[in-house]
Design a protein around this ligand. Structure first.
Ligand code: AHR
Length: 521
């Protein structure tokens, strides 16, 4: 049986858990907005046309920040089209996804939705077809109090108080040749720096994200970050990173590679940090640039690339079904390891946005006029968002490893952990240790051993939950319209503390959360 030993010490920390790590993303794409979060004719719709079933599930999953309105969509978007009286809003071609944008949902509707969810808004500006002036106009509309054309326009739309959005993306994936208004690193770096400076004159309190690479596999990766940060270092707070993973159907060890995707994410983060720190040293800067990992997920991209819409063989539709991947047990385990990677790097990754929230590679699914449900991947996301509190621990894992086609030294058990010295669970004393674990072995259970000698107080098992294929299921089982709760969490029974060591047995191909709390003194 595979075995792993985790070495932890409450004094060896990475840093506090950044709450913005557990964000998501809502793009005007496919059915994320229309028939996802907004569907005025839906039986659960409220007076604002927002689906309350989706709202309720979103509150449960609880993204701490949601990026909007794109994505590739934003690079051709005129934000003014989406504000003001609905019957005067134009229908437009969205060239990014070859759809019709009705503009029935826009900035004010999104702000209303975010308030109802209780989440922070992360707004993106269009640096594809537009520039500095339009970015400043949008910021003035959103954040300026009153007494100017655009702030008074917002007030005339029923929004008296400024929104005070703090987090702003300077465009989207400008390194990608598919991006409307794609630029070289120098062109983008100059534009991003000028836009950042102009936007800060409108609102000095904002935090700004420059576009990094749209994937680690981009030929420009590394050099793009260096050049963009040479231009923008003093003017931005974060550089973005995007990554999507899939099990490819190429016949090599793609299954093993897929399960090891977090190794790629680890390397990606560490390489962006190294590049940013090199620019810091060269420029004699004092601050550190953080990473906004503002798109990440499992996405079966090769399926999308062969689709009619991607190949422009379909008509222009309103809110068509686009990349509605149905996530399996395997995908949930991989997403759990990606969350672990983000958490392990929480000293430098300040923002994380799982992409996307509903229907489009979604945490959630919804049917027009029908129900909404959680995909398998929503479970590790929700659990980590709820339970990762306090300090991130520097976890050292030793034990069984495998090599895949792409990666050497892949731990069969992937782990991350937090320690919250002031927290209680139920009637426990103060101090909660939380372990996030994934067993990558498809056919063998794995033993995990955690010596607790560094923790003062008597730690006991307070809760342990696992996600794995159940009776009659396999690694391909997904949550569907017919069986929306097929895959979820169940109690993990094989967990105990004895002789100062915690032990757990993880079922094959599983994701688990184990919480140990200090006994009441
Ligand atoms: O999330 C889907 C798309 O993936 C986004 O629009 C784009 O930024 C990325 O390539």
């Amino acid at each position: 049986m595979p075995h792993a030993r985790l070495t932890l010490d409450p004094d060896f920390t990475v840093g506090p858990v950044p709450r913005r790590l557990f964000g998501s993303f809502a793009e005007h794409m496919g059915r994320c907005v229309y028939t996802g979060i907004f569907e005025p004719d839906h039986p659960t719709a409220d007076a604002d046309g927002l689906r309350q079933d989706v709202l309720e599930l979103t509150r449960e999953v609880g993204p701490t920040v949601v990026r909007y309105p794109g994505g590739n969509f934003v690079s051709g978007y005129d934000w003014e089209d989406g504000v003001g009286p609905r019957d005067a809003r134009p229908r437009r071609l969205d060239r990014a996804w070859r759809t019709i944008e009705t503009n029935q949902f826009g900035l004010d509707e999104f702000a209303t939705w975010a308030e109802k969810v209780g989440t922070e808004v992360m707004m993106a500006v269009n640096l594809g077809t537009r520039g500095m002036q339009e970015a400043c106009d949008l910021l003035e509309y959103a954040n300026h109090a009153s007494g100017t054309r655009l702030s008074d326009l917002r007030r005339s739309h029923g929004r008296r108080d400024p929104y005070g959005f703090r987090l702003w993306c300077l465009g989207n994936e400008m390194d990608g040749p598919w991006q409307t208004g794609h630029k070289t690193a120098h062109e983008y770096g100059r534009l991003a720096a000028e836009t950042a400076r102009a936007m800060r004159t409108v609102d000095p309190g904002i935090e700004l994200v420059a576009c990094g690479s749209s994937s680690r596999a981009m030929p420009t990766f590394g050099e793009w970050e260096r050049v963009v940060l040479e231009h923008t270092y003093a003017d931005v707070d974060f550089i973005s990173a995007h990554a999507y993973y899939e099990e490819k159907d190429t016949g090599d060890d793609t299954y093993g590679d897929f399960l090891a995707s977090a190794k790629d994410m680890d390397a990606f983060i560490e390489e962006v940090v190294a590049t940013a720190d090199a620019v810091r040293a060269r420029g004699r800067h004092t601050k550190h640039i953080g990473i906004s990992f503002d798109e990440w997920n499992v996405w079966y991209q090769t399926r999308w690339q062969s689709s009619d819409r991607a190949n422009a063989r379909t008509a222009w539709d309103v809110a068509p079904r686009v990349i509605e991947d149905a996530y399996t047990v395997t995908d949930a385990v991989v997403v759990g390891t990606l969350l672990n990677s983000l958490l392990r790097h929480g000293d430098r990754v300040a923002v994380g946005c799982q992409a996307q929230l509903v229907n489009v590679i979604g945490l959630l699914r919804s049917e027009e006029g029908g129900p909404a449900w959680k995909q398998t991947i929503a479970h590790p996301f929700e659990q980590m968002r709820r339970r990762a509190t306090g300090e991130i621990l520097d976890v050292r894992t030793t034990g069984d490893q495998v090599s895949t086609q792409r990666f050497d030294d892949v731990d069969l058990v992937d782990a991350a952990a937090t320690w919250d010295a002031g927290a209680r669970l139920g009637d426990s004393g103060e101090g909660v240790l939380t372990l996030f674990l994934a067993n990558r072995s498809e056919d063998e259970a794995a033993d995990v051993e955690v010596p607790l000698r560094a923790f003062s107080g008597d730690l006991r098992v307070a809760d342990a939950q696992v996600l794995a294929a159940g009776e009659g299921q396999d690694r391909h089982t997904a949550n569907t319209l017919e069986a929306p709760d097929a895959v979820g969490l169940r109690p993990l029974r094989d967990v105990s503390v004895a002789d100062g060591t915690a032990r757990a047995t993880l079922p094959p191909l599983s994701w688990a959360v184990v919480q140990l709390a200090t006994a009441r003194g």
